[in-house]
Design a binder for this molecule. Structure first.
Ligand SMILES: [Zn+2]
Ligand SMILES: [Zn+2]
Length: 254
């Protein structure tokens, strides 16, 4: 599906997405819980496609829906107040603009892998249970959380490439990649919701506060050192930094 038809479909279903996002936000109540839920759904969807429980068209449409609904739900969790829909209207074009172009590319790549037999439908040779969704490879050393935090994004990217798990060429790595559309971006969109509130409340300045661990990338470090800036001048977490959707900087307002 091309970008225009995807955006066209999304626009037609907008009010439906808004109401489903409200339900989702009410159910999961916090961004971390929403993210966990969407990680599980990424795995479920990829398994469903592999095990032929869903056809390609349904898989594609479901991913379009869930990408937008989870992003909207994350914004709602950030907004939290009674003028939610007015603020959500402002988030919508940002969500569509951020998520649709890479999503189209990602889906096209997946389709190519299926059509060319790189990913085989019905292939049961790899058990998803042998992987966790964070991309651990069977037999790899199980790092504790603190040690994982110590790996910087460049090292992590190189490790992913060498293990062939960032490309979506195996079913488990496809599930991990899908979670970077459905799950990890919820953090940035939660922050977008918070931003809409801060703007409404008349805050004049913002600053990006980095998580102080070795994983913080150089871009995030620079934003952190920059300190206070006029509201709207600093990018949201995950934008303008090389950790992308994995960025966990937070923003303060005054
Ligand atoms: Zn970063
Ligand atoms: Zn960051």
């Amino acid at each position: 599906m091309d970008l225009l038809s995807l955006v066209g479909m999304a626009t037609k279903r907008r009010s439906d997405y808004f109401s489903q996002a409200h339900t989702l936000a009410k159910k999961y109540k916090s961004q971390p819980r929403l993210e966990e839920r969407m990680k599980a759904e990424s795995l479920g969807l990829v398994k469903g496609l592999r095990d032929k429980l869903m056809k390609w068209g349904e898989y594609e449409r479901t991913i379009l829906d869930k990408t937008l609904i989870s992003a909207l739900a994350a914004c709602i969790l950030g907004i939290k107040d009674d003028k939610t829909d007015r603020k959500l209207e402002k988030c919508w074009p940002i969500i569509v603009g951020d998520m649709m172009p890479p999503l189209v590319k990602f889906l096209a790549e997946t389709k190519t892998y299926i059509d060319s037999g790189v990913l085989r439908l019905g292939d049961q040779t790899v058990d998803f249970a042998d992987y966790n969704l964070l991309g651990a490879v069977p037999g790899a050393i199980d790092l504790g959380v603190d040690e994982i935090e110590g790996i910087n994004p460049e090292e992590e990217g190189a490790a992913e490439a060498s293990q062939g798990r960032a490309q979506g060429k195996t079913w488990p790595s496809l599930a991990e990649r899908l979670s970077r559309y459905l799950a990890t971006p919820t953090f940035a969109f939660y922050n977008l919701g918070l931003y809409m509130v801060a703007q409404d409340q008349g805050f004049k300045e913002m600053r990006r506060v980095t998580k102080h661990d070795k994983k913080t990338c150089i871009d995030c470090k620079n934003y952190g050192e920059q300190g206070w800036a006029p509201i709207g001048e600093l990018p949201m977490p995950g934008k303008g930094c090389r950790c992308y959707d994995r960025c966990r900087c937070f923003i303060e307002y005054r």
